[in-house]
Structures are given as structure tokens and as C-alpha cells.
Design a protein around this ligand. Structure first.
Ligand code: NDP
Ligand code: 8X3
Length: 248
């Protein structure tokens, strides 16, 4: 049996696929998310899993959950900071402050809390691997991406910056920055409007959650002296739209 992999946002999409894949690879799994029914389903379907029903924005609950991990799950070797979301695709003028704050609190502050809670365990073991889910939106602007893209730009620079501080700890850090992937992401973005969500993927072969899980495993399996700083990927069908010029 390998060590433990802690996956945030394991109730859906990438997190669910990564949990199932790492379990197959022999890791014990800590699965975090808010939806208890999904967590309970996961725990029945994959072995050696500990679930944490928690809102990643709840700093105290998160630190408490990590402090009180069962003894057999304390050997965290891998952290996948995956929980995140976009809300809406209206412009900055139309988007509510509540939605903007939810993205910041989840994608930036939530990721910070799980990192801060877990890193001391890895540092003490002198070994570990942190994956941070960024996005192409963290590097490439598009209309309606405002705070979502900016939160993923934080993930990009945070991932690079902490590598400097982790020198000598043996901890590897990789940002995975995907483009269009079919998960529940668009359903959440469009607040349950399935038709609108499906339009995003119509006529496109998007990246799948399984593709992201494969990237995670391939990165882990690189020799320990190799740190992959960033994996940016797009569907083959996705390219850049170019710069826009407003004409009179
Ligand atoms: P999903 O909507 O399918 O999954 C999101 C996961 O995040 C769910 O498990 C959800 O769990 C969890 N989550 C959201 N908010 C919270 C919260 N407050 N507390 C705890 N967990 C939370 O989307 P994806 O799998 O696609 O997204 C995963 C990550 O990948 C996100 O960070 C996203 O930004 C990023 N990404 C997605 C892309 C895509 O096109 N799909 C492309 C690039 C990046 P629950 O609701 O149960 O709490
Ligand atoms: C999700 C991909 O292009 O919708 O991060 O921002 S995109």
C-alpha cells in the first residue's frame, strides 16, 4: 500500500476521476467535498477511503479535519488542490459581488487553507507532491473570465512561488492548467441550466476527467528528481481566438 492522497473536490469531475485512479494505483484516499451523498457513494466504491464533508472556505473546519485524521490516513503523500468553480460568464459590471467573492474564497482562499493544513505533514516526511488545478483562463483572457481567470492566475504564480520556499523538503509542485473539459463545471457556472452547459461542449471533443487523472499519475511516476512545473493542455479542437479590436 502506498501513502495517502488528499483530493479536494472529489465529489465530481476531475477530483472524482483522480480519486478513483489513485485508488487503483494503490493510494489511500482522503476525499473532500460538500455533497455527503456523493462522498458516501465514493467510499463504497473505492477501498481505503476517508471522507471529509467540508466546505473548503471554512478554514477552521478544514484545519480541524486535517488535525483529526485517523492515524492510518495521516501519511499524506499527495495533495490535489482541485475544488473550484466559475460562476456565470457575464461581464464584471453585471456579475454580483457575492459570485465574485465565492470564486475568490473557493479558488484562492480554499486552496490556500488546504495547502497550509497539509504542507507541514509533507515537510516532516521530507516527501510529497502538490497538484494545483489552474486553468488556461489563468494565462489567457476571455470575456466574462474576470475574477475566475484572475483566481487561476493566482494558482499559477502561487504554485511557482511555493517551490522556492519548499527547497530541500523533497516536495514537488505542479500546476495543471486545462482548457475545455466536460465535467459538471459548466452546470455550476450556469447555475443548473443544463441546456446552456451542454452548448459549451456541443460539436467538440473536450478533454475528459480521465485525461486529467492520467496526467496526475504520469507526473507522479516521473523520477523524484524531476519537478514538472506546469502542464497546460487544451482539447485539440480548442485554440486561441486572437485579439479583439472594437471598431466605430
Ligand atoms: P466540477 O464542478 O465537476 O467539480 C468541482 C468540485 O469542486 C466538486 O467536487 C465540488 O464539490 C468541489 N467544490 C466546489 N466548491 C467547493 C467548496 N466550497 N468546498 C468544497 N468543495 C467544493 O468541476 P471540474 O472537475 O471541472 O473542476 C475541478 C477544478 O478544475 C476546478 O478548480 C476548476 O476551476 C478547474 N478547471 C476545470 C476546467 C473545465 O473545463 N472543467 C478547466 C480548467 C480548470 P461539492 O460541490 O460537493 O462541494
Ligand atoms: C475552465 C476552462 O475556458 O471555461 O477553467 O475558463 S474555461
Amino acid at each position: 500500500m502506498k501513502g495517502t492522497a488528499f483530493i479536494t473536490g472529489a465529489t465530481s469531475g476531475f477530483g472524482d476521476a483522480i480519486a478513483r485512479r489513485l485508488s487503483k494505483e494503490g493510494y489511500k484516499i482522503i476525499a473532500l467535498g460538500r455533497r455527503r451523498d456523493r462522498l458516501e457513494k465514493l467510499v463504497k466504491e473505492i477501498k481505503n477511503t476517508h471522507i471529509i464533508e467540508c466546505d473548503i472556505r471554512d478554514k477552521d473546519a478544514l484545519f480541524e479535519a486535517v488535525k483529526n485524521l485517523p492515524e492510518s490516513f495521516k501519511d499524506i503523500e499527495i495533495l490535489v488542490n482541485n475544488a473550484g468553480l466559475a460562476l456565470g460568464i457575464d461581464g464584471i459590471l453585471q456579475t454580483s459581488v457575492d459570485d465574485l467573492e465565492t470564486m475568490i474564497d473557493t479558488n484562492i482562499k480554499g486552496l490556500l487553507y488546504s495547502t497550509k493544513a497539509v504542507l507541514p505533514i509533507m515537510a516532516a516526511r521530507k516527501s510529497g507532491y502538490v497538484f494545483n488545478l489552474g486553468s488556461t483562463a489563468g494565462a489567457w483572457p476571455y470575456p466574462g473570465s474576470h475574477v475566475y481567470g484572475a483566481s487561476k492566475a493566482f494558482v499559477k504564480q502561487f504554485s511557482r512561488n511555493i517551490r522556492n520556499d519548499l527547497k530541500g523538503t523533497g516536495i514537488r509542485v505542479t500546476e495543471i492548467a486545462p482548457g475545455i473539459c466536460k465535467t459538471e463545471f459548466s452546470e455550476v457556472r450556469f447555475k443548473g441550466d443544463i441546456e446552456r452547459a451542454n452548448e459549451v461542449y456541443a460539436g467538440v471533443e473536450p478533454i475528459t476527467a480521465q485525461d486529467i487523472a492520467t496526467i496526475v499519475v504520469n507526473c507522479i511516476n516521473m523520477p523524484k528528481h524531476v519537478n514538472i512545473n506546469i502542464v497546460e493542455l487544451m482539447a485539440t479542437a480548442q485554440t486561441w481566438a486572437g485579439l479583439h479590436v472594437e471598431k466605430n
